[in-house]
Design a protein. Structure first.
Length: 654
């Protein structure tokens, strides 16, 4: 080993389940020919596994452990005293610090390579890292790209070679997988789309095309550090404080091209889902958040754009990089507050105090908390499509109160019982169904045959098929039986309820195969049964999560236009109308005396509904606080690039 660079490859993982996950994807990728085997040949390498005492035998029983030992020495460092449930970040930081300090006086002669247990490397990544280490770069940073853990783990298992016990994928192969299953937070931080954003702005992404994504990282991983001084007292999280504490000169480099190095970060789909919001990036809010936590180093890291490529770079790359740089320069110009000091950073102080308190209460454990996804909503809990006549009569009280010959009066006072989509102006859902009526008219005018995919309980199936001549098919049948119509369609309309949009992502992927090159898909998402009187809500988290789950880098290439129905007036009128109808149905002597008053209230709300509907003939492009439905139009003509970057550059001005 004389003359070879001394290096420690450090990974922290504990608990049987986490070790199993680690050994199914992460560790096999480290064992790929261009990773640890190559690094071990050019460096005096030792692997340090940070774990608890109970996990050591689990590692030793795994055959991959023996493969590691054939490459270089492997040693365990116990961290039982550091593992506290609910404070993973503090535990990881203290564990990494312990591994660095383990080298004693040799710290400043050693490269420390940090590797989180949920990172998966493309083949050849550590070869490139070794070249940078041999060039003497003291601090090497590398971006990771988040992907959905469940889907990607399954795909990576298929690529695992049981003979060599390795996972050997090129960067472009692994990035293509990631692009197909991007984590919702990555989609939310992509500023070239307008439909979902994130309250945490630690990265910004810019989509170039279906195979290329650019990024600016305030928070980036400290991949390898050769300390200029020994590890001091830990006073901040590792991705806040290790660089300034260990490399006070400030010298750092960033691996900015995925062809050289790619690090996939596997995360549960629901990780940080509470931070997702509907809409586009709000620069003012993002800048305010960045001012709260970014250090000098964080701001310096973000000055360099990084590139993820699943194919050859497009001809427009230089232009897109210039657009992204222009956007970022405008964005950061508003960040005028002084950077935070990394030592005793407020986030660390709070986290460490919590860690210390939990540790003192005896919550030290060898396992970390598990993630349990929320249950899906069963179909039987979905809102009914509309209330039938029998139910209507029951709600209205005695039908004799309104003579049969005066059904027009009943229609006026109780517009909620009209059959959609042909509802009158006094109907609360008039604006909601306006896009459906336009779709029917466009089918008649164009003389083409469209496709209507619907929920089983959709109330517009028969009238739409009759009026437009469109082919109709239930969504469940389309998905279950993998039914593919025999022709391509220029227009596809899909009607789903908000409670069941979980399957829309896979549905759109299938539907896009049967749409003509210049066709379009119209997605009508109904918040609840518009006739049921269920109070409408915000749609905030549901729509944000839906967009994140559905529109990965592939679907983001389409022109996606949105239109919303709802608003404060409609919300309050609905409450009044529902209250009046409820009181009319009260069967008591006193209730009979008050009934005429409630009929007058219903008449007044019907008129006000008509006024509001006429006023809102055209749906809003921005989401109201009280939302009843949303229509998304996907234009497959791929013309959305027109002016898109200009629009985002304008949004970058704060």
């Amino acid at each position: 080993m004389a003359g070879k660079q001394r290096a420690k490859f450090i990974s922290a993982v504990w608990g049987a389940r986490y070790i199993q996950d680690f050994c199914q994807a992460s560790l096999p990728s480290y064992l790929a020919p261009g990773n640890l085997p190559t690094l071990g040949a050019v460096c005096d390498l030792e692997i340090l596994i940070l774990t608890d005492k109970a996990s050591v035998p689990i590692f030793k029983r795994n055959p991959l452990f023996e493969d590691l030992r054939k490459i270089c020495a492997v040693r365990f460092i116990l961290i039982d005293d550091l593992i506290v449930k609910g404070q993973y970040g503090v535990t990881l930081t203290l564990a990494y610090a312990r591994a660095v300090m383990d080298s004693g006086e040799a710290q400043t002669d050693t490269y420390f390579i940090f590797m989180n247990s949920d990172f998966v490397l493309s083949d050849g990544s550590l070869r490139h890292l070794g070249e940078r280490m041999q060039a003497g770069e003291p601090c090497i940073m590398a971006p990771s790209l988040r992907g959905r853990q469940t889907e990607l783990t399954a795909l990576l298992r298929e690529e695992y070679d049981p003979a060599s016990r390795t996972l050997s994928l090129s960067s472009r192969e692994m990035i293509r997988m990631t692009f197909d299953h991007l984590h919702p937070t990555v989609v939310a931080k992509t500023v070239t789309q307008d439909h979902i954003t994130c309250t945490t702005t630690n990265q910004l992404y810019w989509q170039v095309d279906e195979s290329t994504l650019l990024g600016r990282y305030y928070l980036i991983f400290m991949l390898a550090i050769k300390p200029e001084r020994p590890m001091p007292l830990v006073t901040s999280y590792c991705d806040y404080g290790f660089v300034p504490e260990l490399v006070p000169s400030g010298a750092f480099s960033i691996i900015d091209d995925s062809d050289s190095f790619y690090m996939l970060e596997l995360q549960p789909t629901d990780q940080e889902s509470e931070s997702l919001r509907w809409g586009r990036l709000n620069p003012r809010k993002a800048i305010k958040t960045l001012a709260e936590w970014t250090t000098r180093e964080h701001r310096a890291f973000a000055e360099i754009d990084v590139m993820f490529k699943a194919g050859d770079a497009p001809e427009s790359l230089d232009k897109e990089r210039a657009n992204f740089r222009d956007f970022f320069d405008r964005f950061k110009s508003a960040l005028r507050s002084p950077p935070r000091e990394p030592a005793y950073h407020p986030y660390w102080v709070l986290g460490f105090q919590s860690w210390w308190q939990l540790r003192g209460e005896g919550n030290v454990s060898g396992t970390s908390g598990s993630f349990t996804p929320p249950p899906t909503i069963p179909s039987e809990m979905r809102a009914p499509a509309w209330i039938g006549k029998a139910d209507a009569d029951d709600i209205l009280g005695r039908p004799s109160l309104i003579p049969k010959d005066f059904t027009w009066l009943k229609r006026f006072l109780y517009p909620s019982f009209e059959r959609p989509p042909d509802v009158s102006h006094t109907h609360r859902a008039r604006t909601d169904y306006e896009p459906i009526r336009r779709w029917i008219k466009s089918m008649k005018h164009a003389g083409t045959k469209g496709l209507f995919l619907h929920e089983v309980s959709s109330p517009i199936t028969r009238p739409l098929a009759r009026q437009s001549g469109a082919e109709t098919l239930a969504i469940d049948e389309f998905i279950r039986d993998d039914i593919t119509p025999n022709q391509l369609y220029s227009d596809v309309l899909i009607h789903v309820y908000l409670s069941s949009i979980g399957h829309v992502g896979s549905l759109l992927a299938n539907v896009s195969k049967i749409v003509e090159p210049n066709g379009r898909i119209t997605l009508f998402i109904e918040g609840s049964s518009l006739n049921s009187g269920v109070q409408e809500g915000n749609f905030q988290h549901e729509l944000a999560r839906f967009m994140a789950d559905t529109f990965t880098i592939g679907l983001m290439r389409f022109d996606i236009r949105t239109a919303f129905a709802g608003g404060h007036i409609k919300h309050y009128l609905t409450i009044v109308e529902r209250g009046a109808r409820t009181r009319i149905s009260v069967r008591s002597p006193l209730g009979s005396l008050k009934r005429p008053v409630f009929y007058l209230i219903l008449a007044a709300t019907a008129v006000l509904f008509a006024v509001d509907n006429i006023r809102k003939k055209f749906l809003r492009s921005t989401k109201p606080k009280y939302c009843t439905s949303v229509v998304l139009t996907l234009d497959f003509s791929n013309k959305q690039k027109r002016g898109m970057h200009k629009r985002h550059l304008e949004q970058g001005s704060v």
